[in-house]
Design a protein around this ligand. Structure first.
Ligand code: GRF
Length: 197
């Protein structure tokens, strides 16, 4: 029986598309829902084109009421009955209460070599820190931001003249390769750390 995968996005959804396209043939998982907290983003059109059911839960409709927003997200997820939830460019911080309702089932891709540079603006911070290497990490989502067990990392050298934009551009395809491989392993029950290359 295939594992059911829901993917949460906030924007372009290139990681979501890579994940959806990877779930074919003898892959142990299949996509069942794409949920965006922002209406009209490119990722929704991509999900539609890929034939994946998709919904918007617009966080701005809930003002400061984070609990009401998360309750709506949880309701949409419960209806899709996912075994795994992949955060893929999802830009809202989820509360410990929400996360505890899906313990051990949520993955996230973060554009840094965790535990370095948790949070935002990771490319600029890697440059400011003079890091020789940069990369991305896939980790299990726990109550602490960007802090859960790391399941995979892909690293690349920082080159002279790199800017946040050149790092982001070079890193994105590596994210796709890493996230798809980690999801396949995770869906098979393999939580061993994967290092790429
Ligand atoms: C990517 O830069 C990724 O590092 C971060 O969100 C950005 C957008 O990703 N997770 P996507 O194209 O929406 O998947």
């Amino acid at each position: 029986m295939s594992k059911r995968v829901a993917i949460l996005i906030s924007g372009g959804g290139s990681n979501m598309e890579a994940l959806v396209r990877s779930m074919t043939g003898d892959h142990p998982a299949r996509p069942v829902l794409v949920l965006s907290n922002v209406a009209g983003v490119g990722g929704l059109a991509r999900a539609e084109a890929l034939g994946v059911p998709n919904v918007v839960v617009d966080h701005t409709q809930f003002g400061k009421n984070r609990a009401a927003f998360e309750s709506e997200v949880d309701h949409a997820l419960r209806a899709a009955r996912p075994d795994i939830i992949c955060l893929a460019g999802f830009m809202r911080i989820l509360t410990p209460g929400f996360i505890s309702g899906w313990a051990g089932q949520i993955l996230n891709i973060h554009p840094s070599l965790l535990p370095r540079h948790k949070g935002l603006n990771t490319h600029a911070r890697a440059l400011e820190a003079g890091d020789a290497a940069h990369g991305c990490s896939v980790h299990e989502v726990t109550a602490e931001l960007d802090d859960g067990p790391i399941l995979g990392q892909a690293a690349m050298p920082v080159q002279p003249g790199d800017t946040p934009d050149t790092l982001a551009k070079r890193l994105l395809p590596m994210e796709h390769a890493l996230y798809t491989r980690v999801l396949q392993r995770f869906a098979s029950g393999n939580r061993e750390l994967l290092r790429m290359p």
